[in-house]
Ligand binder design. Structure first.
Ligand SMILES: [Zn+2]
Length: 356
């Protein structure tokens, strides 16, 4: 079952002038006392919204690119090293989303236009991106405020994948409608009231506590491991639950972006199945991929269902069993006693036996 989490896409449509601004935090301020080492030196990413809080959403799909689209990307400045690092990590998304990045010269027209903090943008701090197709309307649509020749690969990976997530239309995971973060609101207000943010309580409400309405989304799951999650120090939650700095795409990130920009169904038995994760627990019937094969969980281990890339010839694959409590329309297909049937105006046509 694929999870759909539309609310990640919903932010841009809530506001007219949406800009996701990922500010660099001074390390010792925000993460002092944090138990999670990885989060200590992380550059926290903060969403800033210029429009009123009560703007109505229209459609969460409004900022999406076309599935299969080639998105043109160019650099406005930056040396060849930092440019190559952004390219290296941005293309991670292409493995899981049916979109293509075409890297064009700085004089070409492009959808995404990337700046670094130097030259004409020497004063532009923070790292940020406009959401999805909003990028089209801005001459400088994405910015990396802290990349330089001394940046680590982990930081290049974390921030590049995160900003390109925004550019593909993803919002911050901590604003997921089903996110269960037990904020210590007074601590958070107090922190953001200080420099460098100097935010009012309303701004904190909007940037951190505001969640996207479930009514405009298809959210089913909150993923604290998402690359789109904001690191949260323990002292900002009442239960002292911290969220570390995520530096890679999570399994849910990979599966979710594939539901927004799906690849055509090639019949690959592994299509849409997440790789095995040693940190997850699995129930009987769960499927994973592992070393190029598809496995299914049994009560005492795993069954190998075959190599990935194999075509599933079973005409009944993905077709639900006949259910007498449902009503069916002409054209609907069901399986019944090992056979595939299709609804006609007067009854059911037998389309043949299940099995590949
Ligand atoms: Zn961000």
């Amino acid at each position: 079952m694929k999870k759909s989490k539309w609310a990640r896409l919903g932010l841009a449509v809530l506001v007219s002038f949406s800009l996701v601004n990922c500010e660099r935090d001074t390390e010792d301020d925000i993460f002092e006392g944090n138990q999670i080492d990885d989060a200590k030196n992380a550059h926290a990413c903060i969403a800033k919204w210029d429009a009123p809080n009560n703007e109505k959403a229209t459609s969460v799909k409004a900022k999406q690119w076309e599935t299969g689209q080639t998105i043109r990307v160019k650099f406005l400045n930056g040396n060849s090293f930092v440019q190559s690092k952004v390219r290296q990590y941005a293309v991670e998304w292409e493995k899981y989303a049916n979109i293509k990045f075409e890297w064009v010269s700085s004089s070409s027209s492009a959808n995404i236009k990337i700046g670094f903090r130097e030259g004409q943008f020497a004063d532009v701090t923070g790292s940020w991106s406009y959401l999805g197709t909003d990028s089209n309307s801005h001459a400088h649509s994405m910015h990396f405020g802290w990349f330089n020749d001394n940046t680590t690969d982990t930081e290049f990976r974390r921030t590049t994948i995160h900003e390109f997530g925004h550019a593909l239309g993803l919002i911050h995971e901590h604003q997921n409608p089903v996110a269960g973060i037990n904020w210590d609101k007074e601590a958070v207000y107090a922190y953001y009231a200080g420099p460098p943010n100097n935010w009012s309580r309303a701004q904190v409400d909007n940037n951190l506590f505001r969640r996207y309405e479930a009514s405009i989304s298809n959210y089913s799951e909150y993923d604290p491991l998402s690359i789109m999650h904001y690191p949260i120090p323990a002292e900002h939650t009442l239960d002292r639950v911290a969220v570390g700095s995520n530096t890679r795409l999570s399994d849910t990130d990979k599966a979710f972006i594939g539901t927004i920009y799906p690849f055509p169904d090639t019949g690959d038995i592994c299509a849409g199945v997440a790789p095995y994760s040693g940190s997850r627990s699995y129930a009987v019937g769960d499927q994973v991929t592992y070393q190029g094969s598809l496995y299914q969980r049994t009560s005492n281990g795993w069954t190998n269902l075959g190599e990935c890339g194999a075509v599933n010839n079973d005409p009944c694959a993905g077709v639900a069993e006949y259910n007498s409590n449902r009503s069916y329309s002409v054209g609907d297909q069901v399986t019944y006693r090992g056979t595939l049937y299709q609804r006609t105006a007067s009854g059911w046509t037998n389309l043949g036996a299940c099995g590949g």
